[in-house]
Design a binder for this molecule. Sequence first.
Ligand code: IPM
Ligand code: MG
Length: 355
Amino acid sequence: MKICVLPGDGIGQEIVGQALRVLDKVGDKFGNTFETTEALIGGCAIDAEGVPLPADTVAKCKDSDAVLLGAVGGPKWDTIDPAIRPEKGLLGIRKELGLFVNLRPANLFKQLSDACYLRPDIVARGLDVIVVRELTGGIYFGEPRFDGVKDGERFGYNTMAYHEYEIRRIAKIAFEVARKRTGRVCSVDKANVLDVSRVWREIVIDEHKNYPDIALSHMYVDNAAMQLVRDPSQFDVIVTGNLFGDILSDEAAAITGSIGMLPSASLGESNPGLYEPIHGSAPDIAGQDKANPLATILSLSMMLRHSFDMDEQAECIDLAVEKTLEQGYRTGDIMQDGCKAVGCIGMTESVLANL
Ligand code: IPM
Ligand code: MG
C-alpha cells in the first residue's frame, strides 16, 4: 500500500508524524506493509517552490493508493497573492484527484460528552451526523468568476453551477452511506431562491427513486444551520453542495465540542482518496507538542476502511482511541477536570499502547 503524506503547515507536521507511528504499528500487528512518501502542499510549498501545489506533489499523489494530509495555511501567507494562497493547494489537489465526495462524520464520543456545547437534554437525544459534501463543483469552481473593477468601482462575483451528473453522483453516495446507518438523508439547498438549488433538488428526488428504502427530506440551508443546533438528532446523513457543506460541516463538528477529534475522507471514483482531520493548521500552538493527534489518527482509520478495505485494522484504531479517552488522557482542546493532560506525543503513545 503506497501512501503519499502531505503534512502541510502549522501543526500538520506533528499530527501527521504521530499518526504515521500508529500506521506502522498497525502494519506490524496485522502484517501489512505501508510505504510512505512525503510531498509539499500549502504554505511550505509556496516557501520552497513558489506555488501551493507543485507538479511533483500531484504526480506523487496520483502514484499512490491514498493520501494523508495534515493542514494548510497560516498568518504568514495571509497577505500573499490570492492566486497562490495555501488553500489553492488543497482545492487544486481535490480537483486533480477528482475527489468529488467529502465525508465528514460528526459524532459525540461518550467520554467527551461534557465538552459538547449543546444542552444535556438536547445531546441526550443523540448527535451522530455525517455531512456528505460535494467537493469539486459549485461556487468554489464555477465559471465565470471575477475580481476586479467595473464602472470605476471594485466588483467581484462567482458562479454557483451544478451539472446533473455532479448532483446525481453525490446523491447516490449519500443514499449508499445512509444504507449503512439509520437510512435517513436530508438534502440541503436554497431552492426558494437559487435556480441551481432547484435543479439540485429535482435531481436528488429523481435519484432517490433508486433508493426506496431510504427516507429523503429537504431543508433550506438557513433552516438547516438552525436545526443543527436546535435538535441534531433529527439528522443522519446531510447531503449538500460545496459551499453549504463547508459551512454546515464546521458547525456540525463544532457542536460536538471536539473539532480536534474529527476525521474526514475525500473520495473519487477510484483511489487515491485523501484523508485529513477536519481542523486547521492551528499556527498558535504549532511546534509545541500541544496539538490533538486523534483526528489525524482517526483519518487513518477512515483510510484503512475506505481505500484499503481493512475494516479490522480500522476498528482496532477506533477502539484504541476510545480506550485512550476512557483512560482519561486529554490534550488541551478536550481537557476536563480530573483528566490526565498529555501532548501530541503523549496522546499518541497511549494510543500505541492500546493498539
Ligand atoms: C475545508 C476548508 C477548505 C474549504 C479551505 C481551507 C480551502 O475550509 O476543507 O473545509 O473551504 O474547503
Ligand atoms: Mg471548511
